[in-house]
Structure formats: structure tokens, C-alpha cells
Design a protein around this ligand. Structure first.
Ligand SMILES: CC(C)(COP(=O)(O)OP(=O)(O)OC[C@H]1O[C@@H](n2cnc3c(N)ncnc32)[C@H](O)[C@@H]1OP(=O)(O)O)[C@@H](O)C(=O)NCCC(=O)NCCS
Length: 264
């Protein structure tokens, strides 16, 4: 699937839904996966018609899975979606650290290197086995294989991605984890995917890992670092809070999975 994949838009009065096919997840799943990109509803009761149009589009394409992320206060929208079979999966936080240039940072005993193609199998294996708290692993209707394949493929795709960069975090010869990020305007780093190898989690490497990354990006002139984390992931929320990150923009994620479908 390509950038020209189908998109959906329906606006009736003040009610709007926009959705699109997620090419990436569709390839991993082997069936169309969609996401609702925008949803706004008024209280005039016309929303059912907009949602029915969306369902027609979804079913005509044979979508197996639809996700939707909403600001956590959009309860009217989430309730309507739950009425149509969507299920609440998680809350997420944007974690952001600003003014990197003004921070006192302890040293880290980890080192950072740009990953090269020879590193991909090892880093993809960490991605495949390392995640537990994200929406693909906590949704009880999804087997762990789908999330694992998705994250492994993400690591591999950084080789050809225009914007995303892959760093390897090491302690001498030992691989501790990886960090996938994009550079945004205003000297901002947005991380996309981060993990410490399962054999090294829970041993205090998390703090060293982030200190090394903060030094790395600060040394290159970046001032803000941010990323989205699941509120289920207490280790990362607590770790980042202790490093002075702030929680912003809470959102909720809902999933719809075609009834009767098994995704393993
Ligand atoms: C998230 C991650 C980077 C954290 O690194 P870590 O070295 O394993 O973290 P730690 O075990 O040192 O825990 C970090 C903090 O969370 C706390 N914590 C750990 N487990 C916890 C739990 N179950 N509940 C609440 N707090 C917990 C720890 O007490 C610690 O805080 P402290 O240093 O003040 O004591 C690492 O576990 C990881 O990469 N996991 C797999 C992939 C992943 O989840 N990536 C993040 C996606 S956004």
C-alpha cells in the first residue's frame, strides 16, 4: 500500500470523521488496518449518521482493525465509539523535557553510536521481544506476535526511512538498547521507539540510557526532547519523571477489531 491509500472524510453539520488506512500495520497484519485521524461530534444527535458512513467505508475496504487516539477529555466521542464496538485500551502521555541547555546532567557510563546495517538483526530482536505495556500487547484480543513483528519491522525500516534515525546504546561491547527518533523544528527531538534489551531491564540502566541520550542530543544543539508513553508503563513514567520530564497532552486509545477475528 502507498501514500495514495484510501482516506475517508464525512462531515454532517458540525460532526466530522476523518480516517485513513495505515499501510504499515496493514502489511504486518495482512489485512487493511485503519485509523481515525479526526473525530468531532456535537450534541445535536446527528453523529450516528456520520459514524454509519465511516462504518460503510471501513467494511467496504474489509478493515480488520481500526484505532483511534483522542484527547482524554473527549468523552462524548469515546462513548459514541464504544457504542459502536470500539474498546478503551490505554491512556498515553506525551513526556517532554525542555531547556536541555540549562540542565545539570550527571554523566552516563553508556555510549551511543549510530546503528549500521549489521546491527539490525540484534536491535530488531530487542524490539520484537522487549515491549509489554504498549497498546498492541495489552489488548487481550491481540496475540503478542503481532506487536512484536510490528516493532521489529519498525527497526528494520529505519535503514530506508527518510527522517527516522536509529541509535545503538552500548556499554563497551555490550548492546544495552536502541533509540529511534526524528528531528523536528525548533531544536526538538521526538522519539519514536525506545527499548532496553529484555536481559537488561530493571537493573538501573534506564537512567543511564536517558542520561546518555540527553547528553548526545544536547551536544548537537537540541533543546527539547519528547515522546509518547503508555500510562501502563510505570517504569518509564517514573523514570522520566525523576529526570524532570513533564507530562503533557494525555490521550486515550481505542481499538475496534472485527468481531470473531483472531489476530496472533
Ligand atoms: C522502560 C525502560 C526504558 C525503563 O528502564 P529500566 O532500566 O528497566 O527501568 P528501571 O527498572 O530502573 O525503573 C525505572 C523506574 O520505574 C520504577 N518502576 C519499575 N517498575 C515499576 C513498576 N512495576 N511500577 C511502578 N514503578 C516501577 C523504578 O522504581 C524506577 O524508579 P526509581 O529509579 O526511582 O526506583 C525499560 O524497561 C525498557 O526499555 N523496557 C522495554 C521497552 C519499553 O517499555 N519502552 C518504552 C516504550 S515508551
Amino acid at each position: 500500500m502507498t501514500q495514495a491509500d484510501p482516506i475517508f472524510r464525512c462531515a454532517i453539520g458540525d460532526d466530522v470523521i476523518e480516517a485513513s488506512i495505515v499501510a504499515w500495520d496493514s502489511e504486518v497484519l495482512g489485512a487493511p488496518v485503519a485509523q481515525i485521524d479526526r473525530i468531532e461530534i456535537s450534541d445535536n444527535g446527528a453523529f450516528a449518521a456520520t459514524l454509519t458512513e465511516f462504518e460503510r467505508w471501513r467494511d467496504a475496504l474489509g478493515c480488520a482493525f481500526v484505532s483511534c487516539r483522542l484527547p482524554h477529555t473527549r468523552l462524548r466521542e469515546s462513548m459514541q465509539l464504544e457504542d459502536r464496538g470500539f474498546r478503551f485500551i490505554e491512556m498515553v502521555f506525551c513526556m517532554e523535557l525542555r531547556h536541555l541547555d540549562r540542565l545539570e546532567l550527571a554523566d552516563s557510563d553508556l555510549q551511543i553510536v549510530a546503528a549500521d546495517p549489521a546491527d539490525i538483526p540484534e536491535l530488531a530482536r530487542i524490539a520484537e521481544t522487549g515491549f509489554r505495556w504498549d497498546r498492541f500487547h495489552v489488548d487481550p484480543r491481540l496475540g503478542a506476535g503481532f506487536g512484536g513483528r510490528r516493532y521489529a519491522r519498525w527497526v528494520t525500516s529505519t535503514l530506508v526511512h527518510q527522517q527516522q534515525r536509529l541509535l545503538k546504546i552500548i556499554k563497551d561491547e555490550l548492546t544495552i538498547g536502541f533509540f529511534i527518533y526524528e528531528e523536528l523544528p525548533r531544536q526538538t527531538i521526538h522519539w519514536q521507539l525506545i527499548a532496553i534489551a529484555p536481559t537488561h531491564v530493571g537493573q538501573g540502566y534506564g537512567r543511564q540510557y536517558f542520561l546518555a541520550l540527553l547528553h548526545h542530543h544536547r551536544d548537537r544543539g537540541f533543546l527539547t526532547i519528547r515522546g509518547i508513553v503508555s500510562a501502563n508503563n510505570m517504569p518509564i513514567v517514573n523514570l522520566l519523571s525523576s529526570l524532570n520530564f513533564r507530562v503533557t497532552k494525555p490521550q486515550i486509545t481505542l481499538h475496534w477489531i472485527r468481531p470473531g477475528l483472531t489476530i496472533s
